[in-house]
Design a protein around this ligand. Structure first.
Ligand SMILES: CC(C)(COP(=O)(O)OP(=O)(O)OC[C@H]1O[C@@H](n2cnc3c(N)ncnc32)[C@H](O)[C@@H]1OP(=O)(O)O)[C@@H](O)C(=O)NCCC(=O)NCCS
Length: 159
């Protein structure tokens, strides 16, 4: 697939900020993307309340097909990517990269210094996507980062 083709396919979905009316659909999307550990509704609701500007969704006109959620420190020294997901039927079409590129552009625009995220060491798809965007793993695998058996890589990008 050429870069142009990927780009054009990715544009089929509308990228926009989330609204309160999206919260049910966002919860369904998050459950589909992270079936083993979805955010409870109340957590998504509160994340929306705290970080409305950096919760972006991809919309096909009927359903939400992807989202990225970012939390930023009040002094803008750093942001954390708190969630990135694309529905199975829409993967490998450039949507995940598109969401990340857009949110990174917005973070740069408000002067954020660095962006961090965690990812399972087994999630080679996500790690590859982040490496393509110049994120680099810090300090190797962090054992038990999210509790027993939940090891994570912490990846960082200087903006
Ligand atoms: C990770 C995820 C968001 C990627 O979304 P996506 O829209 O498929 O990603 P893109 O199409 O933008 O892929 C960008 C690049 O990432 C890498 N990549 C993505 N999926 C991959 C896969 N299954 N295997 C290997 N590399 C992959 C490739 O380098 C790809 O570029 P290419 O298609 O030109 O080779 C998606 O697979 C997903 O939602 N997974 C479940 C949730 C998750 O793991 N989220 C991240 C948690 S940290």
């Amino acid at each position: 697939m050429t870069a142009l083709h990927t780009h054009r396919t990715a544009r089929r979905l509308r990228l926009r900020g989330v609204t309160e009316a999206d919260l049910d659909a966002l919860t369904l999307l998050d459950r589909e993307v992270f079936p083993e550990e979805p955010y409870p509704y109340f957590v998504l609701r509160q994340l929306f309340d705290v970080y409305p500007d950096h919760l972006l969704v991809l919309d096909d006109g009927i359903a939400l097909k992807g989202y990225v959620l970012v939390g930023t420190a009040p002094d803008k020294s750093r942001s954390w990517i708190l969630g990135l997901g694309i529905t199975r039927d829409e993967r490998r079409r450039g949507h995940g990269s598109r969401l990340m590129l857009e949110v990174l552009k917005r973070l740069r625009g408000i002067g954020v210094g660095e962006v961090l995220l965690t990812v399972s060491p087994a999630n080679t798809a996500a790690i590859q996507l982040y490496e393509n965007l110049d994120f680099a793993a810090e300090k190797g695998v962090r054992k038990g980062y999210f509790g027993p058996e939940a090891d994570r890589l912490v990846m960082r990008l200087q903006l």
